[in-house]
Design a protein around this ligand. Sequence first.
Ligand SMILES: Nc1nc2c(c(=O)[nH]1)N[C@H]1C(S)=C(S)[C@@H](COP(=O)(O)O)O[C@H]1N2
Ligand SMILES: [Mo]
Length: 323
Amino acid sequence: MLIRTPRDWELPESACTPERDYHLRPRRDFLRTLGGAVAGGLAAPSLLSGATAGFPSRVNPDHRDPALQPTPYELITSYCNFYEFGTGKGDPKVNANRGWKTEPWTVEISGLIRNPLKLDANDLVTRMGGAEQRVYRFRCVEAWSMVIPWDGFPLAKLIALADPLPEAKFVTFTTFNDPKSAPGQRTSALDWPYFEGLRLDEANHPLAFIATGIYGRAIPNQNGAPLRLVVPWKYGFKYGKSIVKIDFVAKQPRNTWQVMTPHEYGFYANVNPKVDHPRWSQASERVIGAGGALGQRQRTLMFNGYEAQVAPLYAGLDLRRNY
Ligand SMILES: Nc1nc2c(c(=O)[nH]1)N[C@H]1C(S)=C(S)[C@@H](COP(=O)(O)O)O[C@H]1N2
Ligand SMILES: [Mo]
């Protein structure tokens, strides 16, 4: 059970002042340190009405309002993308809890490293010094978003344990392959197993995280138990779920969605409101759980609101070509 043990100085998220209270005071520096969206500004155009439309009433004029309010646990764990367990948003919650065993679980750390190892997921968390909480924005490439209080450990800690050789330039994440337990893997919905990758410097960024819990509880099967990647400045498809192997390689890997549809999905997948998906705008997003069944619309922030932290990783890179 990968449950976080809070340290005595940690406040639970329930003790946090609701975001709306911060609006009463000009605490902008404080919000900035939280990674909060401080830019005021105009609402983004609606996804449906195209990039040049005005400001439909459903668009939230103040990005800050829903942006940092954690999405309810119920929604995070019932509105999922996990094609191994079906393509409907509600399918994984049902199908990933019909006897699929995520404990015990073995993870292999391999490739161009000095310390290859194979170990139990719980032992890995212990070796990482236990779990800490990170409340991060989450933005799916399908233009919906959440705010998720993850528990887990920085990926950089795992990389330090692996001790990469100088030739290692990328890290790959292979997720589980078990067609007996995962009905989606008995179909050709995707090229199984689901596979992802990061540049080594991206993986070493302090925001890159391995999640083992949500809201202080062990991560549910449908959200990628027992270990899943979290890279909050990238689209959700980068967050490989239920990882079995972390491999250090020299060459830029391909990832599952890039293999499936290369003209739609690239290697970087950085959240970028200025680079549209070929079939829809990325300028705004539906905030799941905010203001009605479909979610209130708000504008999307560059690098999902983590621009100050991660933009230096991409200095000199053409973000339009490297989507
Ligand atoms: N193994 C695996 N990982 C996956 C996926 C998947 O289908 N299989 N879907 C991705 C996509 S598209 C998104 S948006 C997120 C969804 O994570 P959540 O369901 O926990 O919100 O998981 C990502 N990781
Ligand atoms: Mo996604």
